[in-house]
Design a protein around this ligand. Structure first.
Ligand code: ATP
Length: 429
């Protein structure tokens, strides 16, 4: 817009192999463009002279390999230039992966081992830059014409869909620096909680399902098989978190493990890999630009993510408010159900709830402000292992009239009447 005053415009000259790190202000967006030279944002090249508008609070870096001049218009929380980055080591990893993809492509598709491209898993503590590195590796691969599969196992701050899910999607183009990963037809499984400790068995079950589904897709598609996958994980790396990492490495048959910013995790995984000759464990430096986010920020970010699902990043979507009868919707939950009293059980049995039991939920006020997923299951016994079509948000429960009001991405009937409830809530603001 022409309303911005000239004084808010700023030019920054970047030397080769340096980056401009930006945190957009809390209230207003930031416009930015490449004036000359070449630059990329997390692996995705900037088109010359084209303004990009970044929404408030976004944190990112503009990196240049050979030098560039960047122009910014708007307020930032911080912006500074850094000439020490781990980008050369990251792009070296990319080059190794490219070699493996080319070898896989050149192999006979009948040789299921040799025709399989790299399966990369990125691990590390919270705020080590896992999502960012995943994104760069995917964008660099897409730029070369590959269609790698992005697998996001991070139920806290995932980048494919709403929190509480694990998901996968093919990446066909470098990831848009503003829009992020396109939401076209991802393969999504609903876990329903933002921490895996709520139901570790369910988390593992869904990881197994997702891996199996991708295995089937890969067996039919030599192109995506050769491109391989990049798997982003959670920052939970102690105790059960560590166990879940090992589970993910095995389940997805990862053959490249990239460890960001933690010596201890690296040496533990290195030791484990001794018994797995075709798994390479590589230590990578964490970027000094990665911004730490506290629990409150993460909580807020989850809310924005849910809002984005329904309304779009820039309010460009129009979700629809629907009213249904209680009897129209069948809500289920997985595990955590009320335990049978000891007196109702056979002698000696423990009153432990089955974490994978699917139980119907009575519709009451407890559902208010919950985000539910719409399962692709055709029968209740398929709910546990089915992926989901999308999400609805409960905005009103009228107990007297037995009516439920919910927000859905569009009007009309839901793709299925089976809904799954977890503990994912949202307060629309
Ligand atoms: P989580 O703990 O959620 O798994 P993570 O390890 O995946 O986090 P990222 O999400 O990659 O970490 O990075 C954290 C934040 O830092 C993000 O907002 C990201 O955009 C920002 N960031 C990463 N690298 C840079 C950089 N070089 N300059 C500026 N900001 C950056």
């Amino acid at each position: 817009g022409g309303s911005a005053s000239a004084s808010s415009i700023k030019q920054v000259k970047l030397e080769r192999e340096s980056e401009l790190r930006i945190e957009v202000g809390n209230e207003t967006p930031l416009k930015l463009r490449l004036l000359n030279g070449s630059a990329e944002i997390f692996g995705s090249e900037l088109a010359p002279e084209t303004w990009l508008t970044f929404p408030p609070r976004v944190k990112f870096a503009v990196f240049t390999w050979y030098g560039a001049t960047i122009e910014m218009d708007g307020a930032t929380e911080t912006d500074y230039t850094a000439d020490e980055t781990p980008m050369v080591s990251y792009v070296n990893v990319h080059a190794v992966l490219e070699g493996r993809r080319n070898r896989a492509k050149a192999s006979s598709p009948d040789d299921s081992e040799a025709s399989q491209g790299p399966r990369v898993i990125v691990v590390g503590p919270t705020d080590s830059g896992k999502s960012t590195l995943s994104r760069m590796l995917l964008s660099w691969a897409a730029k070369q014409g590959w269609k790698p599969t992005f697998v996001d196992l991070d139920i806290g701050q995932g980048s494919i869909t709403v929190p509480g899910c694990i998901a996968a999607t093919p990446i066909e183009l470098p990831i848009d620096p503003v829009e992020g990963i396109p939401l076209e037809m991802p393969l999504v499984y609903f876990y329903g909680h933002t921490t895996p400790s709520n139901n570790v068995d369910l988390y593992k079950t869904l990881v197994n399902e997702l891996a199996q589904m991708l295995e089937t897709q890969f067996s039919r598609n030599a192109e995506s098989r050769a491109a391989g996958m990049v798997i982003n994980t959670m920052g939970w790396i102690e105790g059960t978190g560590y166990e879940l990492l090992l589970h993910a490495i095995d389940t997805f048959k990862a053959n490249v493990v990239l460890v960001l910013g933690q010596e201890k995790l690296f040496s533990m995984l290195k030791a484990v890999a001794k018994s797995k000759p075709n798994v390479d464990v590589v230590k990578l430096q964490k970027s000094g630009g990665v911004v730490s986010r506290n629990a409150k920020f993460r909580q807020k970010a989850r809310g924005y993510r849910i809002r984005e699902y329904f309304y779009g990043l820039t309010n460009d979507l129009s979700p629809h408010s629907n009213i249904a009868n209680f009897s129209d919707l069948l809500v289920y939950r997985i595990g955590g159900g009320p335990q049978a009293p000891r007196s109702a059980l056979p002698i000696g049995a423990d009153p432990v709830a089955n974490p994978l039991r699917v139980t119907p939920v009575n519709i009451d006020r407890d559902l208010l402000h919950m985000v539910l997923s719409v399962s692709y299951a055709k029968e209740p016994d398929q709910i546990l292992t089915s992926n989901v079509a999308g999400f609805i948000y409960i905005t009103d429960i009228d107990i007297q009239r037995k009516k439920i009001t919910y927000l859905a991405p569009s009007a009309g009937e839901l793709p299925s009447k089976y809904l799954i409830m977890g503990t994912l809530t949202w307060l629309e603001t």
